[in-house]
Design a protein around this ligand. Structure first.
Ligand SMILES: [Zn+2]
Length: 308
């Protein structure tokens, strides 16, 4: 297995090799954001070439979940290799129809090139990656359809955005009236009950002390549940920061107007008792004060820090 740690715009990427000789083939798990898709293809081609393999040996692309930063390289990788694309089974139909109501790209004001999906992976299914059997578990919370992949034999967990070194991804369902905190709590308990020595997250470094990461995640979740403003405030900041990570620079008025129309931002703002524009302006002030974004005299917002 090869693990490539990327940034916050593109999720971490995994390449697995199976089989011998002429039957040797590769699988990629998660493919980054579309803006990095040329880099993603080059990275995968390089890792295959090191094994003496051409891109035609990439046979499968697997997504832990369908956020734009985890599946944005799907189309480019599929086109470069012919690999089949495996998505969470509960999203298979939505991908095939490219259902913008269920896919989050449009609402998050992010972009993802439409890609084909060939099969689905459901909680309870298993697959062989790198000669080892991995079990898919449902990991709702951050995303209702997310999966994590666990290898009992090697005591490894691909934890996607359900567990990071410091926390986890935004609990999006809570922002639009659905449940997510209870699901996230259950996912943390599930991970705690699995035999895991190393967790490989969707963003950030490999987690070598899983119990400590679980403790940090639990305390973050508790803080969200104790202070109803904390999660929506954080979510609006994350979405604004992501937009600037994506575009680099944007007229402030344009960035705010685009995000103000998002149902997710609207839901977060409502929880804060604010209009979307007010919530966005407060988030912007915080991001400017933290030095995460800059504002030029002509009203152009610029991204300042490499991580969000
Ligand atoms: Zn995500």
């Amino acid at each position: 297995m090869r693990f490539v740690q990327r940034d916050w715009l593109s999720s971490n990427l995994f390449v697995f090799f199976d089989g011998e000789g002429d039957a040797r083939e590769a699988t990629v798990v998660d493919t980054g954001y579309h803006r990095h898709s040329a880099q993603t293809v080059a990275l995968v081609a390089h890792l295959l070439a090191r094994e003496g393999l051409g891109m035609d040996r990439l046979r499968r692309i697997v997504n832990t979940h369908l956020h734009s930063d985890h599946c944005g390289g799907n189309l480019a990788l599929h086109q470069a290799s012919g690999a089949r694309v495996t998505v969470p089974a509960s999203m298979l139909d939505s991908v095939r129809r490219w259902d913008n109501e269920r896919l989050t790209f449009q609402d998050f004001r992010q972009h993802c090139e439409r890609f084909p999906a060939h099969d689905g992976l459901a909680p309870g299914d298993s697959l062989v990656l790198g000669g080892l059997r991995w079990q898919a578990h449902g990991a709702p919370g951050h995303d209702p359809d997310s999966l994590v992949l666990h290898c009992p034999e090697a005591r490894l967990l691909i934890s996607a955005d359900a567990l990071w070194e410091n926390g986890f991804g935004v609990i999006f369902p809570e922002l639009t009236g659905a449940s997510g905190f209870a699901e996230q709590a259950a996912v943390l308990e599930l991970i705690a009950a699995l035999p895991v020595d190393l967790a490989l997250p969707g963003h950030g470094p490999i987690i070598t002390d899983v119990p400590a990461a679980l403790a940090r995640a639990r305390s973050r979740l508790k803080a969200f549940r104790d202070d109803a403003h904390r999660s929506p405030r954080n979510a609006v900041k994350v979405m604004l920061k992501f937009m600037l990570l994506d575009h680099g620079r944007l007229p402030m008025a344009q960035a705010l107007a685009e995000l103000a129309g998002s149902r997710t931002v609207g839901g977060a703002a409502a929880q804060l008792g604010l209009t979307p524009d007010e919530a966005l302006r407060r988030s912007l002030d915080e991001l400017l004060a933290q030095g995460q974004l800059g504002l030029e005299p002509d009203g152009t917002l610029i991204n300042l820090e490499p991580t969000g």
